[in-house]
Every structure is written in C-alpha cells, then in structure tokens.
Ligand binder design. Structure first.
Ligand SMILES: [Zn+2]
Length: 433
C-alpha cells in the first residue's frame, strides 16, 4: 500500500513538473492571408483546405471588427481588443493637426502608431517567458513600451507578394524557428489574396489562381510540419483580416463624389478619402453640423458623428478617429473630388456584409478533428491563442467560451487540474484506515 502511495506521489510530482514546463513547450503558428474572403474556397479546387476541414477545425466564417481594413483588423486579432481600444484606426498613420499621412507600408514600422498602451500577444507572451517572432505580420515591427518582438522580419517596400517559391521558403524559415530554436509563437503574414482582389476584383480568374496557390502552400506547410517533426507539438491557426467586394463603377452606378455635396476645402481641415469604403473627416471649427448635414444628403453612404456611432461598432470611443466617419454602401468608393480610383475590388465596408467576412481554420494537437464551428467575431481569437500558449491574457474584449469547444478536452491536453483531482481522490481512498 505504501509503495502505491509513493508511486502516486511521484506521479503527482511529475505532473507538477510537467505543468511548470507546459507553457514553454507550447508552439503556435498564426498565419494570415490578407483579404481572404470567407467563401473564396467555394468556386475553386482546394484539396488541402478541404483536408484541413477533416483534420481540424473550420469556422463557417468569422466577422472582422468594424473598420474592415488590414492594420486595424490584424491588431484586433493580435490584441483581442476592439479598434476603439487599441486605437490603430487606419492603415495609414495620420495626424489631423499637422496633416501628416504616412503610407501603409511605412506605417508598419512606426511604433508611435502601434504602441498605444495595449500589448499585443507577442509582448504578453514574452513577458511570461515565451519566445515569439513575427514574419511580415502587421504590428510586429513596432516597439511596445520600448520592447520589441524577439525576432522580426519586415516586408521591404515594393516586395512581390505572390512569389510561391518564397512563400514556401518562409514556411521553412518559421518552422525551423520552432524546431531548432524553440520559438513558442510565430505570426506569419501573406499579402495575398488582398492584392489580386484589389487589382482584378474578387471574381476574376486570377483571384482563383491565387487561392489555388494558397492551397498548395497549405499542402506544403503540412508536409513541412512533418519534416520538421512538429506534428505532435505545433498548433496552427489560419485566418485573415477581412473579405473583398467588387467595386461598383459607371455606368452601372452613379459613383460617389463627395465634393458635390460639400466644399471639402472650405469645411474640412483633414480628410482621408479615396481609400475604399471607409472615410474620415475633421470639420473646421464650428462646421461639424454643416459637414454632417451635407453628407447626410449624399446617396450610397452613411455618415456618423464619431460620438454618436452605434456602440456595436466599437469605434466611437476612439480618441484618434476624426469626428466624422463615413461608411460607403457595399462596393462604393468614397471619391473625394475626382474619380481616379482604379481598384476593382475593395473592403473597408460595414462588417455585417457577407463580402467582408473572412476565414478561420485551425489544426494541430490541441484541436479537435472534423469540427465545424459556428461563425464568431475575430476578437475572440486572442483568448484562444493565450489558452493554447498557456499564458495569462492581457485585458481583452474576447471570450474563450466562444472557441473552446473546438479544443480537445477543453484544451487541457496532458496534465491539468483533472489529473490532480483524480490523484487526490485516489489518495483519499488509499489513506482510509
Ligand atoms: Zn486591402
């Protein structure tokens, strides 16, 4: 009997040891394919994405935050905060007083735009002893309270986004970080199918080719995971930031030209327009009502005073966002003065449109197989990632209850509280006189 008790205590000791090491053993790869609309795999052959449904988890679709734009949405995924809380309110860093507007690619390395007091997952994980890296991922190139992500690869300006060989090399690079250098969290970003969606439109054959290229890349990823012997230790989440819709042009529609409804120069001191379906304006002093009234008369858009936006948008409490926000009807571009807009596809529209919804897939040792999840908001990915990494999340707006059904045994693989309860109940039975 004593021997049995001793064995049980040894087992308990091992369990403690294991749970202490647990967090350091966790490996999570988060991959984002920019602008992957939720249904892009439905009109083209995607054997590898289809196999993922059998081998892992698929959500019917997910909803990005309002402000369906690359940097705001990615930062919601990596912080679990709504846009009004993390304050990355545009792809372009801007200053309404100085009229500064920094292009998207340059904004990616401007810490003052990203470091708003809301720590992204990389930083929170590093502060709990994990090793993290970002490969092209928006926000990964910034410093947060002076702290940088352990390893960062930034995309150079003018970098080709669609080179399949390089896509595969990037996979091998990040997998070697896991297998040879014991990284715990790596975020990997691809600029497609967003580019092709903008340039050609979501229905173009070229978009379908890119989806097949992504599918082949996922096939490559799975083979490479085996080759790097990460099959039993690496969890993978594949997602995106928003969808894409066809831009409506003449003669099918009367395109919006905002200057027809208000004299922009006279009434506004700052504007970001000509950027798809989402626009912002700072009225000159005392002109807010005039701007609002004028834009209220314009067809095919909705104008909001920032502080009167519906709470469900999770934008109204932002300090950075200018006082007037304009959201175009699906497919309309907010042209300011002239129609110089060349995009055939775009986003930035209200996140309730199905065309703005995006994808969620996951596989690996922590995930159930053949599990179809109901749709959910992308803000909930953050607590799921913290659970997978076994770290304490920073304050966030997500909820683990939305996603934990997709995890095997609620995500507590290996030793967890269940083991302790079992051991204690066995012990209590053994010590009965
Ligand atoms: Zn885009």
């Amino acid at each position: 009997m004593r021997l049995q008790v001793l064995l049980l205590l040894t087992a308990a000791g091992c369990a403690v040891g294991r749970s202490l090491r647990k967090s350091a053993d966790k490996k999570l790869l988060l991959i984002s394919f920019d602008g992957f609309r939720w249904d892009y795999d439905q009109d083209v052959d995607t054997p590898n994405l289809d196999q993922l449904v059998v081998d892992g988890v698929k959500a019917k679709y997910i909803t990005p935050p309002m402000l369906t734009m690359t940097s705001p949405s990615h930062f919601t995924t990596i912080t679990g905060r709504w846009v009004e809380d993390h304050e990355v309110v545009h792809n372009m860093m801007f200053n309404t007083t100085t009229n500064l507007k920094v292009p998207h690619k340059q904004t990616l390395s401007r810490s003052e735009w990203w470091d708003t007091g809301v720590p992204p997952l990389w930083i929170t994980a590093q502060n709990q002893g994990l090793k993290t890296a970002s490969f092209f991922f928006p926000g990964g190139g910034a410093n947060y309270s002076g702290q940088s992500v352990n390893r960062v690869v930034m995309e150079e300006a003018g970098f080709p986004d669609d080179n399949e060989t390089e896509w595969q090399q990037n996979i091998d690079t990040v997998l070697s970080w896991f297998s040879q250098e014991n990284f715990n969290l790596v975020t990997l970003y691809y600029g497609e199918p967003d580019n092709v969606g903008h340039a050609k439109g979501p229905d173009h054959p070229r978009r379908k080719e890119i989806i097949q290229q992504i599918d082949r890349t996922i096939g490559y990823l799975r083979t490479a995971i085996h080759r790097h012997q990460l099959t039993d230790s690496l969890d993978v989440i594949i997602t995106s930031d928003h969808g894409m819709t066809t831009v409506k042009k003449r003669p099918l529609v009367d395109e919006i030209v905002l200057n027809k409804y208000l004299n922009l120069l006279k009434l506004a001191s700052f504007e970001i327009l000509d950027y798809g379906g989402f626009g912002v304006l700072t009225p000159r002093p005392g002109m807010e009502q005039e701007v609002f009234d004028a834009l209220s008369m314009a067809p095919n858009l909705t104008v909001y005073k920032k502080h009167e936006m519906p709470a469900s948008f999770h934008l109204g409490r932002s300090e950075r966002l200018p006082p007037i926000v304009v959201i175009a009807d699906l497919g309309f571009n907010l042209n300011s003065r002239f129609i110089v807009y060349v995009n055939k596809g775009d986003h930035g529209f209200h996140n309730h449109h199905m065309d703005m919804k995006t994808i969620f897939r996951a596989f690996g040792p922590s995930f159930k197989q053949n599990f179809l999840s109901e749709p959910f908001d992308s803000v909930h990915i953050y607590p799921l990632m913290c659970k997978l990494l076994q770290i304490q999340p920073a304050p966030h707006n997500g909820s683990l209850s939305v996603t934990e059904d997709m995890l095997r045994s609620g995500g507590t693989r290996g030793t967890g509280p269940t083991v302790w309860i079992l051991l204690l109940s066995l012990l209590s039975r053994l010590t009965v006189p």
